[in-house]
Ligand binder design. Structure first.
Ligand SMILES: Cc1cc2nc3c(=O)[nH]c(=O)nc-3n(C[C@H](O)[C@H](O)[C@H](O)COP(=O)(O)O)c2cc1C
Length: 203
């Protein structure tokens, strides 16, 4: 499947065959694809929590508006991110590059993130969004259906997965064999509202 076809075919699917199994090697391949998503300064903020424990899936569903896909999809990934990744030995994000490059990049990371809490958080969300979409496109290319989700209680989810204090939950991505067609596409805003050339109209 070419990229544009995967982009068009990916839809948010909410009903899944609960008996359908995707094996670990395939899940790993999808996650490795997601890991090719870009991240600012190559910091790789994302942490992918693959929830395999059926009881934990049930608990997560309870705090996710009882949305069936949380338990019924073959795979549930809680896409998280480390807000403090920028200060955890950042030279390692350039491991394999010359030492002077590592030092230079570590210095740039320090200067860019230090004291800018909003940047620290925004960067994790940008990275997580790109990783989640890459994961869903990879799943589409492999013939699966998926759904991004943030309809859940973030604090409750954090507790259930032992989220470290310096991490955030960005969203869920579920993947599996869908059992219903995507809803018709509705409500598309006109290009004239969404695509802007050069500048927003003044005033
Ligand atoms: C950040 C985010 C959170 C979402 N949360 C949910 C959710 O909790 N439950 C759900 O069924 N769909 C959820 N969706 C899916 C959207 O409803 C869906 O992407 C949108 O209606 C467009 O449909 P499409 O993805 O099929 O094109 C979410 C999408 C995004 C991007």
């Amino acid at each position: 499947m070419d990229t544009l076809e995967a982009v068009r075919r990916r839809r948010a699917i909410r009903a899944y065959d609960p008996t359908y199994h995707i094996d670990d090697a395939q899940v790993e391949a999808l996650l490795h694809a997601a890991r090719h998503a870009p991240s600012a300064f190559n910091i790789q903020h994302c942490r992918f929590v693959v929830v395999k424990d059926p009881e934990l899936r049930r608990e997560l569903r309870k705090v996710a508006w009882d949305q069936a896909q949380v338990t019924d999809a073959s795979v549930l990934v809680v896409v998280c991110a480390d807000v403090d990744a920028w200060k955890k030995n950042p030279a390692r994000y350039f491991d394999g590059a010359p030492k002077e490059v590592q030092d230079q990049m570590a210095g740039m990371i320090h200067d860019y993130y230090s004291g800018r809490e909003w940047v620290q958080r925004d960067e994790t969300m940008r990275s997580a969004g790109l990783a989640a979409q890459t994961l869903m496109l990879a799943a589409t290319a492999e013939g699966y259906q998926s759904c991004p989700m943030d309809g859940f209680d973030y604090d409750a989810v954090g507790k259930l997965i032992n989220l470290p204090a310096d991490h955030v939950v960005a969203m869920f991505v579920v993947i599996g064999r869908g059992t219903q067609e995507a809803l018709p596409r509705v409500g598309a805003l006109p290009d004239s509202e969404v695509i802007i050339t050069d500048r927003f109209p003044a005033g």
